[in-house]
Design a protein around this ligand. Sequence first.
Ligand code: ZN
Length: 107
Amino acid sequence: MCTYALLAHNSSGYLIQCKTCGHFQFAFGTTELIMTGIELDEFQAKLAKEKYPLSDCGAIHRKTIRVTVVDSKVALALSPYEAKELIDMIDEAKAAIEVNALLCQLE
Ligand SMILES: [Zn+2]
């Protein structure tokens, strides 16, 4: 049975990791995805490759960005604002994982 640790959250969603099997689950807007660590890394890399015109106020909330989900026909449609929120959430989760790993080494 999966038990989860909350790694990051913001007003649009959250990212959690199963303490038993290690998979990640994140909710963002109305979408919820489950990924392995490798898949999350690939998804994060795809997000990082996109261009985000955050200085263009008119475009910041338009869904101009498509990021496909690993090996599927599903893509997230994101505005630059949402993409930035998602990138920040994944970065926060990765930082939490590193902190937890360091704390485990100290125990
Ligand atoms: Zn699990």
